[in-house]
Design a protein around this ligand. Sequence first.
Ligand code: KG4
Ligand code: ZN
Length: 334
Amino acid sequence: MKDVYILSVETSCDETSIAIVKNGNEVVALTILTQMDVHANFGGVVPEIASRMHTENITMVLEDTLNKANMKVSDMDAIAVTYAPGLLGSLLVGVEFAKVLSYIYNKPLIKVNHLVGHIYANKIDNKLHFPCLALIISGGHTELIKMTGDYEFEMLGETQDDAIGEAFDKVARVIGLPYPGGPNIEKLAREGTNSYKLPKPVNDDTYNFSYSGLKSSVINLVNNERQRGNEINKADLACSFQTTAVEELTRKLELALKNTDIKNVIIAGGVSANKYLRGKVQEVCDKYNAELALPEFIYCTDNAAMIGAAAYPLYLKGEFADLDLNASSNTNIC
Ligand code: KG4
Ligand code: ZN
């Protein structure tokens, strides 16, 4: 069979990224331009600034990717783009850009859901084995999904309030760590112990998650101690928070492994870059003799290679989008 080259575009949040992916699992070239330093000045992503920066940089990111691969847009078989979910203004920049390329070069357009992209990050240099349990853990999502085949999703459970990444970012902010909080909490937690008693979310037997109670209890604890003029041990608090947050994930994953007898697990999304979390998820998988697939660190956080990987099954099925494609904040993948 002829090799298939997909040019993929990702602009759903604060990374402008374009990749060329061969046959759905080989990254020929990838450029990720992050705006993190700019947004760090504001303690979080400013949507208006994000979309303006995508507009300024996207042509340069395309040029860079093509140069790295020594290829032209005309060499591609399709153009793929993240169309949902994310910041609408940011998504729109990528969607319009991909539509223009598709029209000018007469290439089929493929629309990809960002979360599906995170799942297919596991397919890069790898194979997905079905059935599998997919744990999506990012700044906007905490979901446990059962997959029985390519693009066959069944939602088992999701967060009832905050996403896990959001909780990492908010806790980091309240203890004075810069944005993005997740990696900074992880770093600081290594120097601390799990000495603060934090409440565990309700121990029910659903696959749903909850992070707002944990987040609020950390914020209240910090405020109360400050009012009393007491010093907080930031490293211990980071460690206690991380331990409790990860316990919530592994508890639900363990329940699903026990109830479904599924033997393949994948983790996806920015928070899956956390090494402590990777270790704890691995322990649970080992206990149930399940195989854990971990995306390489570079493919954990937002990048266009995962979008190219997720677009490939759609290319094979001939599922193409029209030029009236619009960005959407709809989060459903099931
Ligand atoms: O998937 P992603 O890049 O963007 C979204 O789709 O949300 O995930 C970003 C989230 C942020 O909340 C960030 O703090 C978190 O992933 N994150 C981490 C780590 N690296 C990124 N959280 C915990 N530990 C990390 N090492
Ligand atoms: Zn993401």
